[in-house]
Design a protein. Structure first.
Length: 281
């Protein structure tokens, strides 16, 4: 299954300063890591942005998702990363040991340059960047994470392989594009105006997600998905939001039906929602 998490560019709209905004994004990255998200996409909510918008959100999340041993060379010093030191460690394993078949160790690298003839420049755990051929069946882009099989370090012998990597990829994507992917799976919008998730319904939904994967969208502080998408709801509405009210969604879910706080922060909603939706039989 593929798990994609969608968060708006207005995610840190209520942060008082850059330090607080960075820390909040660290918790979002932690939630994506804990529940094995494959993608963490930032969709535009220009009307809800304040001091820190989509570029800041994407940069900090991409930095958090970068293996620690690659961060210094790839990112250097950037204004958005002034308080990167407050980000909690994700502790995603980036390397495996030698394979039993003698094919070598598997590590991950970041593509820093795409050249002609299918060659790319990659930063990985080796001392210097290396130039490698990308497999013909892979479309490799600058900034993308790739799996590298290292069979020898002296001399260096390595190759890019089409294998799954731990951790998640970060990008800025339109909501419609994210929901229209072939592997989007069950498209879920989270909102307190959605249908309450119950223990009766959960096993069936979790089983479907385990088979098909899921794309789960969250709102921002003080500005939930209905407002972002222009869906008209009232606190005393007679019924929950319907799928037709949100373009491309299969379900509108209230994953915290008995919330005791007037508002639930995005990072809190992520932990609560993904904990339920990723249950297995």
């Amino acid at each position: 299954m593929t798990l994609t998490v969608l968060v708006p560019s207005s995610l840190v709209r209520e942060a008082e300063d850059k330090r607080e905004a960075t820390r909040k994004l660290g918790y979002v990255a932690r939630a994506a890591t804990v529940f094995r998200a494959d993608r963490l996409d930032v969709f535009p909510d220009g009307e809800g942005e304040r001091r820190f918008g989509g570029e800041f959100v994407e940069t900090v999340l991409r930095y958090a998702a970068t293996p620690p041993h690659l961060r210094k060379d790839l990112w250097g010093r950037r204004d958005e990363l002034e308080y990167a030191g407050v980000l909690p460690p994700l502790r995603v394993p980036s390397t495996t040991g030698s394979e039993s078949d003698g094919s070598g160790s598997l590590t991950q690298g970041i593509v820093t340059e795409v050249g002609p003839d299918g060659r790319v420049r990659v930063n990985c755990e080796l001392q210097h960047p290396i130039s490698l051929h990308a497999p013909p069946e892979m479309e490799v882009r600058e900034g993308e994470r790739v799996a590298i099989r290292i069979s020898s370090r002296e001399p260096v012998r390595a190759r890019i392989v089409d294998e799954p990597l731990p951790g998640f990829d970060v990008s800025r994507t339109d909501l419609e594009e994210a929901l229209g992917r072939p592997d989007a799976g069950v498209a879920i919008a989270t909102s307190r105006f959605g249908e309450a998730l119950t223990t009766t319904w959960l096993p069936q939904l979790a089983s479907r997600i385990e088979r098909e994967g899921a794309t789960v969208a969250f709102g921002s502080p003080g500005r939930g998905l209905p407002e972002i998408l222009g869906v008209d709801v009232e606190v005393d509405a007679e019924g929950p939001v319907e799928p037709a009210d949100g373009p491309g969604f299969d379900l509108w879910l209230n994953t915290i039906p008995r919330q005791g706080s007037e508002t639930v922060r995005t990072e809190e909603a992520m932990f609560a929602s993904l904990a339920s939706l990723t249950l297995t039989e």
